[in-house]
Ligand binder design. Structure first.
Ligand code: SF4
Ligand code: SF4
Ligand code: SF4
Length: 249
């Protein structure tokens, strides 16, 4: 019997779900090995009977927490999909402001008292609420990596997610380092897996896949110093996807 798969979204732009649709002809291969039973962006049907849940987005309200816990109870395997789900991603920028400031700015004078849809708190990554079995990084995720993760899970294997920096893929492509063009890059400490797509197109890596585990900050520092830049310059760059109150400035 094919494993049943469900896709759910929380606070996000849903771009990572769109990447599933962007698999195009590969979708047909995947449908051969899994049954998709819930996927709001792509189908009307839904079911609470599934084996693998893919989660797009982060958690911002008590009602999200409740729904996520229900999903976790149904799923044997839960996968956080994209930077928002893995570590709050762009949503994390909101941690710079108080919840009250955010509500006032976004909803203005709308009546929000006692309305659970507006009852927001500081964004939480999926693993701050429930156990996560696997992570697919990126903003958005890489669709080929997603297909590989699904195939691995169906085969009962642990998905192979890189834990080395973007610089490795960048050098494999024989790119000229973007620092040489006067651009900035946090590839030395960012998790690879995107094929170094940004530096390959002459843009610095902005860290959308998050830090590698045990990042070699010495190597980032070495690169920075070579180009007359400081650690603060790098930390500023990490704010976009990896804002952590008290960690990144
Ligand atoms: S990780 Fe990026 S692309 Fe994916 S849902 Fe979040 S903001 Fe959108
Ligand atoms: S610093 Fe950036 S551009 Fe330079 S090698 Fe590393 S990933 Fe490539
Ligand atoms: S190069 Fe950096 S910013 Fe660009 S996709 Fe890869 S991890 Fe994300």
């Amino acid at each position: 019997m094919k494993p049943k798969v469900a896709v759910f979204d929380f606070a996000s732009c849903e771009g990572c779900e769109l990447q599933i649709m962007n698999l195009e002809e590969k979708v047909i291969d995947l449908i051969d090995i899994v049954d998709v039973v819930s996927f709001r962006e792509a189908m009307k049907e839904n079911s609470n009977d599934y084996d693998i849940a893919f989660i797009d987005g982060c958690i911002v309200r008590p009602l999200d927490e409740k729904r996520l816990k229900e999903i976790r109870n149904c799923a044997n395997i839960l996968v956080a999909m994209g930077s928002c789900a893995c570590f709050t991603g762009i949503n994390g920028l909101r941690k710079q402001f108080t919840d009250e400031d955010v509500k006032r700015t976004v909803y203005g004078n709308a009546i929000i008292e006692n309305n659970p849809y507006f009852d927001v708190f500081q964004p939480k990554a999926i693993d701050e609420v429930v156990k996560v079995d696997h992570y697919i990084y990126g903003c958005p995720i890489d669709r080929n990596e997603l297909a590989e993760v699904i195939t691995s899970l169906v085969m009962g294997k642990k998905p192979d997610i890189p834990n080395y920096p973007v610089c490795v893929e960048c050098k494999q492509k024989e790119n000229i380092c973007v620092f040489d063009y006067g651009n900035f890059c946090i590839g030395p400490v960012t998790r690879a897996g995107c094929g170094a797509i940004c530096p390959t197109n002459n843009c610095g890596c902005e860290g959308c896949r998050g830090l590698v585990n045990d990042p070699d900050t010495e190597s980032e520092l070495e690169v920075l110093q070579r180009y007359g830049l400081s650690l603060d310059d790098a930390l500023d760059r990490f704010e976009m996807f990896c804002y952590q109150k008290g960690v990144v400035k």
